[in-house]
Design a protein around this ligand. Sequence first.
Ligand code: SIN
Length: 331
Amino acid sequence: MCNSLAHAEDSKNDAKNGSKMKIDLSTKIAGVKLETCVFNASGPADVTLEELEVIGKSKSSAVTMKSCTLEPRVGNPEPRYADLEYGSINSMGLPNLGYKAYIKFARVLKKKFKKPVIASISGMTLEDNVIMFKAFNNSAVDIIEFNPGSPNTIGKPIIGYDFEEMDRLLDAVSKVCKKPFGVKLPAYFDLVHFEQIAGVIKKYPVKFVTCINSIGNGLAINPYTEKPLIKPKGGLGGIGGGYTKYTTLANVRRFYELFEDKIQVIGVGGVYTGIDAFELILAGASAVQIGTAYLQKGPYIFEQVQNELGDFMANKGYKKLSDFRGQLKPL
Ligand code: SIN
């Protein structure tokens, strides 16, 4: 039997044997090896060391820390998070302990859990971002995710929609950052905007983009009390979870195509199952983060999504992510 026929025969037999196949869910982000492609998103329950240790103990393949600012922040007035039928709304306002705490936490987490630690930087000004990027150069973090795009900071625009400001910020942080870094992006909806922001990002040594932050400024209402569900900004907040999945898929796909796989894409938004993760990887994601579902289901979600993804791949005869990543078929 010629080699390709033998391989096809192997794959068929493996597929029949389903989950008996050895499935490799590992990936590399910015050159850093992750045991699996599934880990936590910055945001939910990752502010304190205790919360981060819960993620460290779980099967999340990395520990992503809360987006930090120069000074500690208490965040927006409460209530500022609510579960919705298929997702969530939040306007947290970047509550965090200040970047110095996360430099300390990274050392503890690395030592204790021996998995990659990801810092998320979300400075209020260009100067703040530069100070923090410089400080994290001498830290235990493996990767930095730059988050200039929170939709929830009262009085601040969503910077990811201001392409000139993004250019200025990326220029400044690229000059000082010595760690591999990527950028968390808001959701884009207009095809021209994808091209414009991709053009800016390509100018800098950005290793990955994380798509998408919660979709800014939704409004959830309680019809019985006739009030919004959250307090800040008259009830407006970022929409996360299941409502975002199809926008996430479109953003992952478009950036995968525009970057021609030279800048990686991490998918986040609406992942509750292994099949959700599979779809994002098929669209081009190199890894998948879990945000709202972690808050709603708890730390077992990472293991559940990994198991389901492995089973789904096995049933299709795929042994590793590169067997199908980005290979969305035309209709
Ligand atoms: C927040 O703390 O408001 C959420 C962070 C983000 O949306 O980036």
